[in-house]
Design a protein around this ligand. Structure first.
Ligand code: GLU
Length: 410
């Protein structure tokens, strides 16, 4: 199986050849601007010192300050963070927000650390990197394993060196310069674009069945949005496994359960299924909303969904993608499908720069407008060039970043 970065390179290369991009431009666009790996030592509550490894990969800044999340997960490694950083470059370009792409991560199992240890870890990471961060340089945000609290620590630590600068990080708590609607934004965007895809495929929304793998920040807001829109959420899952209910899962009951029990284990709203089984259900839409690389050459042939919406980053390997193309199962690519998060991050950054707060209605309206515009452009490009949606999204993104490189010069 290809590594995460090799997979990202392959998707890039497919679009680059449709564009007939020169090899020098290909090299310029795929070579990261800066790759950073730092030691992050933390004094544990028991007095011992634990040493972690942290990364920040700054992929491209041709279109603006670099932007992307910070992931805390035990499987984080340099290759994966680099792949995710390049996805951010294309993601900000597809939805045309004035940012480049970056991504960070720390290889850590957050369940093994106390809240105080996590705070010290985050502050120490900022100590190492604060000179490379900044509202006009590189702006972190939440990703797997991090949340608004993590972003508040980042802002506070950054400000110890640089003074008041709320725009140095996004996804902050609403009480501390965060934007209304940022937390729900990725899931809401996935939900809205799933409806848009169903409409384009001429499938009635009311009768549509949905399976969502992953019940974290993205999966929960996606499920709630789609349930409200009238689709039937027939299966959900988290690391502990999944639940199937053909007549529809009660999403708010599942959320309440997970809030009190910590996972879906023991939730009685349906029959238990495994994380592998959820990927093979006969549904209209399959939404992988957890880890990357879950749909592979091994299980792609078992997929019975009519379409796939990539809520996670990189959930479909290039081998699986080729199988879906051959089987004519449309895949709405991550760089468009989950761009709602970074779009509202952009709105948060704008509000911070202006010391002005938008209300939730305005955030939602602007989000919908921005994603719909991106979706329509991608769909039209796919039809015009007769290429899959992913290639179309990359065509638009690479075109924009490439033009910025040429106009700006070196
Ligand atoms: N981590 C999110 C992503 O992968 C959001 C990034 C951001 O808001 O900067 O798109």
């Amino acid at each position: 199986m290809k590594s995460a970065f090799e997979a990202a390179e392959q998707y890039f290369a497919e679009a680059a050849s449709v564009l007939d991009l020169s090899s020098s431009m290909r090299t310029l666009l795929m070579t990261p601007e800066r790759e950073i790996k730092v030691q992050v030592p933390v004094k544990l509550d028991n007095g011992e010192i634990a040493t972690f490894v942290g990364y920040r990969m700054q992929h491209n800044s041709a279109r603006g300050p670099m932007k992307g999340g910070l992931r805390y997960h035990h499987e984080v490694n340099a290759d994966e963070v680099l792949a995710l950083a390049s996805l951010m470059t294309w993601k900000t370009a597809v939805v045309d927000i004035p940012f480049g792409g970056a991504k960070g991560g720390i290889s850590v199992n957050t369940k093994e650390l106390s809240i105080d240890e996590l705070e010290r870890l985050t502050r120490r990471f900022v100590d190492e990197l604060h000179d490379l961060f900044g509202p006009d340089k590189d702006i972190p945000a939440p990703d797997m394993g991090t949340n608004a609290q993590t972003m508040a620590w980042i802002m506070n630590q950054y400000e110890k060196f640089h003074g008041f600068s709320p725009a140095c990080v996004t996804g902050k708590p609403v009480e501390l310069y965060g934007a209304e609607g940022r937390e729900e934004a990725t899931g809401r965007g996935v939900g809205a674009l799933t409806l848009a895809t169903l409409r384009r495929c001429r499938r009635p929304i009311e009768a549509s069945t949905i399976a969502i793998q992953g019940f974290g920040n993205v999966g929960t807001f996606t499920a709630a949005y789609l349930e409200k829109a009238g689709t039937r959420i027939v299966a959900i899952s988290d690391v502990s496994g999944g639940v199937l209910n053909r007549s529809g899962i009660d999403v708010s009951a599942a959320l309440d359960w997970v809030r009190s029990a910590g996972s879906l284990t023991g939730f009685s709203g349906g029959e238990r299924i495994s994380n592998d089984e959820i990927l093979a259900l006969d549904v209209d839409v399959l939404i992988p909303a957890a880890l990357g690389g879950v749909l592979t050459h091994e299980n792609a042939k078992d997929v019975r969904a009519k379409m796939i919406v990539e809520a996670a980053n990189g959930p479909v390997t290039p081998e699986a993608d080729a199988i879906f193309r051959q089987r004519e199962i449309p895949v709405l690519p991550d760089i468009l499908a989950n761009a709602g998060g970074v779009t509202v991050s952009y709105f948060e950054w704008v509000q911070n720069q202006q010391y002005f707060r938008w209300d939730l209605r305005r955030v939602r309206e602007e989000l919908e407008k921005s994603l719909t515009r991106g979706f329509d452009r991608v769909w039209a490009t796919a039809e015009e060039k007769k290429v899959p949606l992913r290639t179309a999204a990359y065509l638009l993104a690479i075109g924009r970043v490439g033009r910025a490189e040429i106009l700006g010069g070196i």
